[in-house]
Design a protein around this ligand. Structure first.
Ligand SMILES: [Zn+2]
Ligand SMILES: [Zn+2]
Length: 121
């Protein structure tokens, strides 16, 4: 094993998870199951971890929201198609319109939350 990059006279006990440099027992910092050479590296690692989680959550949410919008577009086409074919009367159409508005509102709200959460950091 190499020697510690900060204490050249000491033998390294492990390699930092964040910066890949060898470090000694004295420098050793723990976070979860990982070992680090310094508090700075723990912080950097924690930040990158948090950012990754947010990225994954945001992409999942926007994937959900986009498929929701696709669904709404198809749904609208279906309603218009049915109506034009004369398959639906106005009273039959009404619940569809209400449902459609509610879904659109939920999606708009979801999009608002996504843009708020991804705007942070
Ligand atoms: Zn490090
Ligand atoms: Zn050291």
């Amino acid at each position: 094993m190499d020697e510690c990059y900060k204490h050249l006279e000491k033998e390294a006990v492990s390699v930092c998870t964040n910066c890949d440099r060898p470090f000694c027992e004295e420098c050793r910092q723990e976070f979860g199951d990982e070992l680090f050479c310094s508090i700075n590296c723990v912080d950097a690692y924690r930040k990158s971890l948090r950012k990754q989680t947010i990225d994954v959550m945001t992409s999942k949410k926007s994937g959900f929201a986009y498929s929701g919008f696709l669904f709404l577009a198809l749904y609208l086409m279906y309603i218009v198609y049915k109506y034009q074919k004369g398959g639906l009367t106005i009273s039959q159409l009404l619940p569809h319109i209400v449902l459609y508005s509610v879904l659109a509102l939920i999606l708009a709200f979801a999009f608002l939350l996504i843009s708020l959460s991804s705007g942070k950091d």
